[in-house]
Design a protein around this ligand. Sequence first.
Ligand code: HEC
Length: 112
Amino acid sequence: MMKPTTTTLCVSVLMSLALPVQAAGDPVAGKTKTSMCAGCHGIPGWRTAYPSVYSVPKLGGQHADYLVAALKGYQSGERSHPTMDAIVGSLSEQDIEDLAAYYASSYSGPAK
Ligand code: HEC
């Protein structure tokens, strides 16, 4: 019975190490999910890539909580915008947390 106990211990140690430092989202994971946002919420500089087509809010530097609330708002229908409504349909709760953590953390400098 040593092996299951050791495994359980290892898993819980790993899980506590993996706990995010600043927010529920993981900014590193979030960065990998921005490819579907970057065309509009342009990177770098946090401006739209197509100024003549869209007026797009800046995401970098906004509070993660605000970004999560905004994205969930589009999901719930509390907010409505044709583009964002379509985008958030494909996002999981974890995706939203990760993206919010990334955009919130990237303000002070170039992406790591
Ligand atoms: C096709 C263009 C487009 C894409 C792709 C897109 N967005 Fe948006 N996004 C917009 C526009 C336009 C708005 C402003 C909508 C409005 O006025 O309600 C917006 C609004 C937002 C807001 C609200 C910001 C605020 O200050 O209220 C958030 C958060 C957001 N987008 C996150 C994302 C994320 C995360 C992704 C990728 C998963 C993404 N968007 C992909 C165009 C886009």
